[in-house]
Ligand binder design. Sequence first.
Ligand code: HSE
Length: 411
Amino acid sequence: MIKVAIMGYGTIGSGVYEVLDTNREILAKAAGQELEVKYILDLRDFPGSLVEHKVVHDFNVILQDEEVKIVVETMGGLEPACSFVKSCLEAGKHVATSNKALVAAHGTELLSIAREKQVNFLFEASVGGGIPIIRPLYRCLTGEKIEEITGILNGTTNFILTKMDKEGASFERSLREAQALGYAERNPEADVEGHDTCRKIAILTAMVTGREVNYEEIPTEGITKITDTDFKYADALGTSIKLVGSSRMEGGRVHAWVAPLMIGKDHPLYAVSDVYNGILVKGNMVGTTMYYGSGAGKLPTASAVAADIVEAAKHMNSNIPIGWSCEKLAIAPGDDMVYRYFVRVSGNFEDRRDMVEAAFGKCRVAELEGLDEFAFLTGGMKQSRFMENMEILKVELNAEYQKVLQVIRAE
Ligand code: HSE
């Protein structure tokens, strides 16, 4: 029997306990022996609950108990999570975490300690909630040169954007609902400003390049500027708007970014709605593969942690060579990346047709009844070219740059 400790008995931690309890036999068979939760570390007591007698408040109880071989970190945040995980690894305990902030900020060091101590630092649940994505990257796609990863990586924002798109719901109401369902971060700014997606694409980029990624170098834009009017245009154009994180590896350079993306019905991520996440991984031999499932929430995320516990149990005496080295990856500027662009401009299209065409040539145009504005969708062009064309448009619009109401990257 393997003894496990869970640090942090919030939404995910209690979910891990529930998964271990509900699927006890399945997990025991997969791990080759039974898994038992010996301790739960939390500030609270949970009187009258199933776990009451397992609760400890002192981390050292877990650290000093040699019987505890696997520690789950579901506390969230950087401290004390990082110090606790480090101490566990140094003490020769395996660690499974759902904490993407921790993995993105300290993954390099924690992976290196795990290697040195011949234990495992596992983080399947840190990206895509219940979707298997970390393991496919280091097992199934191990013979591939990965050229692109593009994903809807945040359940909360996808839930909000879906509600705005399909129900015309307000941003605030949708966010409140996502919080009530346990999808959102404690501070939802991390979701809506794109920081959570940024950390996840940084982890995936580090996984496929084998090098450390500084997530602060990834240009990141959230969804707070997306409005119901944008969705009306998207509908008129047969498209939708999703928050994506993307990394493209081309000619030895890696471009990564996080931003809203307008996509058409034929895009594989178009149908990824609500709390679901979808991740496209393009390899040089296999072509495009896609991973889909619940990107947030108690049991889906806990299920991924449970799978990591089994992975650790099956590799009790060895380190699985996963992750990245301390060699740093430079994120290249995105000037060369080719995209289309959705642009909204105030005023009547017929009055401004020449100006738009002078800057961008013929574009697909949409007008909504009752609005003194229009939108156009450009053809594909390099980001640098788009910026130049926008300057031309600005001059044509008599330098009233504020007449440009919205710009969204499109594919
Ligand atoms: N807040 C995150 C999300 C939780 O909504 O995707 C899962 O990482």
